[in-house]
Design a protein around this ligand. Structure first.
Ligand SMILES: [Zn+2]
Ligand SMILES: [Zn+2]
Length: 442
């Protein structure tokens, strides 16, 4: 296990012909000892060389990589940073960062901007983007611990194939899970793909900073390893196992638990799934407390209100079109959707799609969510109601679902409700991650 605070390489921009911004204080470059740079700057790539022009410090040229090291905690701002890549909230804005700036010039003439920063400083920014600062303190602390643990696990895992290859992918079975897309030149990107990181652009609220400080260096551990601490918005009443979602490696601390004070049985068959998903069982995350949700969720996430139980309906033609667009497969008219395998949370692991032209089994949860929606279904925990017309020619499919996200690890809304009822961060974490404990590693 680690013994000191790691430093992170956070990718801020890629594929740029030029980068401009402002050095808000003095920076130095190891390549130009004794020289200081500050004020507005622009950087261009010229035949593999990097050309820096700064208001103070002038123009310099380096080969392939330029480091600008912050002195006296000076910050830097970059223009036109893209956030929310490929999501409906995509936009460009100026952003400000602590730590060092590193620019790489690639062979294709583009520039990459990287922020080198200590883990705890990075976390302050991430937690304030993921969670509203008005969230209960125990939730902020629990989130600091899991974000820190997830990150260190990911760093240790190192480079891996960009997508985990399908364990079985034949003509009529398509079972895929998605690993994290790895980045070649840095550890994490600054966008939703990894964790939302906007540096110091949004001021980091005092309570968030306090939650990071109090838990500094504290990790969730199991045996002699830091836990791969996963999280998502809402489990739907019961959490899911790791192996039903990703590769077949059981993680003893990522089992299925009831997200409630009282236990309930796991979903073992279709009858149980019907009973579970068509009802509104007692669960920590079964809340309509708008005041609490407003306290914990960033504003754009508050637009989603039906996360615990939801419905989506398609007619046959519409579903066929979506499937063709998302999977590239022409099913013809969709005749049936048959769950073949579910996890204990009710999430479908393998779903058979029966069409007039072809029938295919699809899995795992993320691929099912991707195929059956123009964006993504909230989760793969759903039961199918096929409303057939008396002649049997037309059919409308209503999906009755529960939960938002993969369901493995900590349920953010459940944890928030627990925290609002005075339950401590440690008890919350031990509820979702069975057998794990907290350990201060630096
Ligand atoms: Zn990323
Ligand atoms: Zn939950």
């Amino acid at each position: 296990m680690i013994t000191k605070e790691p430093r992170l390489r956070v990718g801020i921009m890629e594929g740029k012909a030029g980068i401009s911004g402002c050095l808000n204080g003095n920076f130095r470059s190891p390549q130009y000892p004794g020289q200081h740079f500050s004020g507005n700057f622009s950087i261009h790539s010229l035949g593999g060389e990097i050309l820096l022009t700064a208001a103070k410090g002038g123009g310099i040229v380096t080969r392939s990589s330029l480091s600008l090291l912050s002195e006296d905690q000076a910050t830097f701002s970059l223009q036109d940073v893209t956030i929310g890549v490929a999501f409906h909230w995509e936009r460009q804005e100026a952003q400000t960062f602590a730590g060092n700036l590193r620019i790489l010039a690639l062979g294709d003439g583009t520039l990459t901007a990287i922020n080198d920063i200590a883990l705890e400083d990075y976390l302050s920014s991430v937690i304030s983007s993921e969670m509203s600062a008005s969230a209960p303190m125990a939730l902020l602390k629990a989130h600091a611990v899991i974000s820190r643990s997830w990150l260190v696990t990911m760093l240790k895992r190192g480079p891996a194939p960009s997508r985990t290859s399908p364990p079985s992918s034949s003509g009529n079975e398509h079972i895929v899970w998605y690993g994290r897309e790895e980045h070649q030149m840095f550890d994490v990107c600054a966008d939703d793909h990894c964790q939302r990181y906007q540096g110091l652009t949004r001021s980091i609220p005092e309570r968030t900073a306090a939650a990071i400080n109090i838990t500094r260096g504290v990790f969730l551990v199991y045996g002699d390893a830091v836990c791969d601490a996963r999280y998502y918005k809402c489990c739907g009443g019961r959490t899911e196992t790791f192996e039903n979602t990703w590769e077949e490696i059981p993680h003893p601390y990522l089992t299925s638990v009831a997200d409630a004070a009282v236990d309930s049985p796991p979903i073992l068959d279709e009858e149980a799934a019907q009973r579970w998903l068509l009802s509104s069982p007692e669960a920590w995350c079964n809340t309509r407390d708008e005041k609490l949700l407003a306290e914990i969720l960033p504003s754009f996430d508050q637009e989603t209100k039906d996360f615990f139980r939801w419905q989506v309906a398609y007619d046959q033609d519409e579903l066929g079109e979506i499937l063709k667009e998302k999977s590239g497969i022409d099913f013809g008219r969709v005749q049936d959707l048959i769950p073949l395998e579910r996890g204990p949370s009710g999430r479908i692991v393998r779903l058979k799609i029966v069409g007039t032209k072809t029938s295919i089994v699809v899995g795992k949860e993320l691929e099912i969510r991707r195929w059956l929606s123009r964006s993504h279904l909230y989760s793969s925990a759903f039961v199918v109601e096929a409303q057939r017309d008396p002649s049997g020619t037309d059919c409308r499919f209503v999906l009755h679902g529960g939960g938002w996200g993969h369901g493995v690890g900590l349920c953010q809304i459940g944890a928030a409700v627990m925290a609002s009822q005075g339950i401590s961060a440690e008890v919350i974490l031990k509820h979702y991650f069975r057998g794990a404990s907290l350990k201060k590693l630096y």
